[in-house]
Ligand binder design. Structure first.
Ligand code: T1G
Length: 699
């Protein structure tokens, strides 16, 4: 049973018990109504308490049920709430820890609510591309007031229970418990005290008005329109709350239901729900059990105080973990320290970091020039120059000095982690931790699993990633791991598009209209075109038959590396980052086309986007079938968190699924006909071809 039932004197208590957060799945909903009936049928019972076991009152509807018939199977949440409202005996919700979404809606259907302080209260449905679908948009404005309710519903952000209780005139909480520990006893006593009070108060009967109705909602719409770009749900939240002030309760409820069901079917909601589950699934590694013992990490060493080393160190300082940073020369250490200070001071200036917190973090940071000082660290992360010879020297030193059981991690972005592990006598302790620049900002962390990397090392690193608030995705060892291997195909298509008739600006604008934070050429100018240049030079040696456009090389031969040299695919005014289309670059491209005898053609935005995105999808399908990535949703997380793929599209794999893999493969066959493209590359990866033929999806 997913709820417990017990009677204390004349009070029946129904306790939700559906770990991890008392999600209101069908079994729980059914069990609530059965126990409610039982309490109402028992003459000895005069009043009822409903509460949640474990770490939540309730985290809301069971997201795992979404899209399945179970989500709407009776008793659905509306029916459960209606049963609570119509109970002949008073029902008191005893709220603690987490009360979110359908959990709050359920509490609003009770006659009374008592809350413990410190409880996170939210209607976060908008973060899933939805709106509260079980009366929340109609009851919360009545209980809390229109404006505070609308703010909560449109933002989806949690508010502490004690703050809500202070809102003048609020009817959300009839009583605040003095503590979480005393909540249950106080709830029983409260339930006893109101047992004979009639009529039973119903939130639905409370008035719901706003003094400046139309003007206020117009203002609300204008505010929301700005932040809701690409997402339909926030504006629908305004519509639903406005309905609460203008329609009878039942009509408002019906209107809310229509809006909710429509939003449930939007691609944006599908994307946001996919991301919610994908982010949590990423930390689960198929062959590493959740209870795998972890190594204790109390102190970290970072090798290299450059941009990456400094950013990496900050992640751990922010999580309260001591860091010892090593460099070869004092001035490099001083520079690294100064950069960390500058980053923190900027946050303090913006009011994002308190001075005492800043000082506390800096107190956890120490530096050294000697490897011997690192011997007590529980883990070391190397962030030195991306060249195997340098890595070899570092890992041989680490193997010499680090204590047994220390984790030896490399921040390499493409090099072979197995080869790096081979420089040590302890390959089981070696793992890749590929941070994305800027390392203290970007959420993505690729955890690169070597052939011999220990399962406890993986479990430790994945847990540590959560602690430093990173989204960690496990990758196998290949050139470029997951993200950089895919972005290489994306960049290749960008080059071909220039050869065939596009300007950099046209390609970027098409990609940015699709929703990318930045198109391929603006991104190259930001990251530095010389990085890709170095990789291509390696490629020309390793894979001489791999086809590339020469435009990027021509650009680099002119020293146009991007913002850092004041010119790249675009021109830049000194000290400015605005990308200005460059006549010189356009002429360079045109001259190059002419030298190849290419007659430029008009290429549609649709073709540009399909070739860029399907290149990602096809390479990702190879990555999946090679076992480099464990699941398609991991690849979506890499691209969403590390490469600016539009959130509202859910990632390249979900986007392909939503388009239909059959259609993706059809387009690839068309691209393969183009003599200026790479027909070999556009052969669908076997996994993609099979899924498309079987009418299946990646996710
Ligand atoms: N349903 C099912 N599982 C859930 C869940 C939910 N609502 N919320 C969390 N989980 C799982 C999660 O997948 C993970 O599982 C575990 O719980 C711990 O989550 C009609 C339709 C509640 C604040 O949007 O914000 O109600 O990975 O790592 O950091 O209007 O989870 O362990 O297998 O996040 O302590 C609205 C979403 C639903 C709340 C806890 N509710 N959840 O945070 O743990 S829509 C939400 C959260 C709705 C009605 C509509 C957080 C949390 P696993 P976690 P946490």
């Amino acid at each position: 049973m997913t709820t417990h039932y017990e009677v204390h004197g004349t009070v029946a208590r129904i306790t939700l018990s559906n770990p991890p957060v008392n999600g209101l799945g069908h079994a729980t909903r059914l069990s609530i109504t059965e126990h409610l009936q039982k309490a109402n049928a028992d003459d000895a019972v005069k009043s009822i308490v409903i509460t949640g076991a474990g770490k939540a009152f309730s985290g809301g509807a069971d997201i795992k049920e979404f899209g399945s018939p179970k989500a709407m199977q009776e008793p659905n949440l509306l029916s459960v709430i209606s049963a609570l409202e119509n109970s002949s005996k008073p029902v008191v919700a005893a709220i603690h820890s987490v009360c979110m979404g359908g959990g709050l809606e359920l509490a609003l259907g009770c006659h009374y609510r008592i809350a413990a302080p410190g409880c996170s209260v939210a209607l976060p449905e908008v973060k899933l591309g939805l709106l509260p679908g079980a009366g929340g948009t109609q009851r919360l404005p009545r209980a809390l007031g229109v404006e505070p309710a609308l703010n909560m519903i449109v933002s989806g952000e949690p508010v502490k229970s004690e703050l809500l209780a202070q809102i003048p005139g609020q009817k959300l909480f009839d009583k605040m418990a003095s503590s979480a520990e005393s909540l249950q006893d106080e709830a029983l006593a409260f339930a006893q005290s109101i047992a004979d009070t009639r009529p039973l108060p119903l939130v639905r009967n409370l008035p719901c008005k706003h003094p400046k109705g139309d003007a206020y909602f117009q203002f609300a719409r204008n505010m929301v329109k700005g932040m809701a770009k690409n997402f339909p749900a926030p504006l629908k939240c305004v519509d639903a709350v406005e309905a609460a002030t203008k329609r009878k309760f039942e009509d408002g409820l019906q209107f809310e239901r229509e809006l909710f069901i429509n939003l449930m079917w939007t691609p944006e909601s599908r994307a946001l729900r996919h991301i919610f589950m994908a982010e949590r699934a990423a930390s689960k590694i198929p062959d590493v059990p959740a209870d795998t013992p972890q190594r204790e990490i109390k102190s970290i060493a970072v090798i290299g105080a450059g941009t990456m080393g400094g950013g990496i160190a900050m992640n751990f300082l922010n999580a309260g973990i001591a860091v010892k940073m090593l460099e070869m020369k004092q001035e490099a250490l001083d520079r690294g320290l100064a950069t960390i200070r500058k980053n923190y001071e900027a946050q303090v200036k913006k009011g994002k970091l308190k001075q005492d917190k800043y000082e506390q973090r800096m107190s956890l940071l120490s530096t050294t020039l000697s490897y011997d000082d690192l011997k007590d660290a529980d883990m070391v992360i190397e962030a030195v120059f991306e060249e195997m010879g340098v890595k070899e020297k570092v890992f041989k030193e680490l193997d010499r000095v680090m204590k047994p059981g220390a984790i030896l991690a490399s921040n390499t972005s493409t090099l072979d982690v197995n080869q790096i592990a081979g420089f040590t006598q302890r390959p089981q302790d070696v793992v890749g931790m590929h941070f994305f620049s800027p390392a203290n900002i970007m959420k993505l962390l690729e955890v690169v699993r070597g052939e011999k990397t220990g399962k406890d090392v993986l479990a430790t690193v994945m847990a540590l990633a959560k602690k430093i608030r990173k989204t960690a995705v496990v990758s196998g060892v290949c050139d470029g791991f997951i993200g950089n291997r895919m972005i290489e195909q994306y960049g290749r298509q960008g080059g071909f598009l220039l050869d065939e008739g596009c300007t950099p600006e046209q390609v970027d604008k098409a990609a940015e209209k699709f929703g990318f934070a930045m198109g391929p050429f603006r991104m190259g100018d930001l990251a530095g075109n010389d990085i890709g240049w170095a990789i291509r030079k390696r490629r020309y040696q390793e894979k001489p038959d791999m086809k590339y456009s020469k435009t990027a090389d021509l650009l680099c031969e002119k020293g146009r590396f991007g913002q850092k040299t004041g010119a790249g695919w675009y021109d830049y005014l000194p000290g400015k980052r605005d990308a200005i289309p460059s006549a010189e670059v356009v002429q360079m491209i045109e001259a190059h086309r002419a030298s190849l005898g290419i007659t430029p053609r008009k290429i549609s935005d649709e073709e540009i986007v399909q070739r860029l995105v399907f290149a990602l999808v096809n390479e990702a399908a190879h990555i999946l079938e090679e076992g480099i990535a464990n699941k398609a949703s991991d690849i979506d997380m890499v691209y969403l968190m590390g490469y600016g793929f539009p959130i509202f599209r859910g990632g390249p794999m979900l986007y392909a699924d939503q388009l239909g893999l059959f259609n993706v493969v059809q387009a690839m066959h068309r691209f393969a006909q183009n003599p200026l493209d790479d027909a070999k590359f556009w052969q669908p990866a076997p996994l993609l071809a099979r899924l498309a033929a079987e009418g299946k999806t990646f996710n």
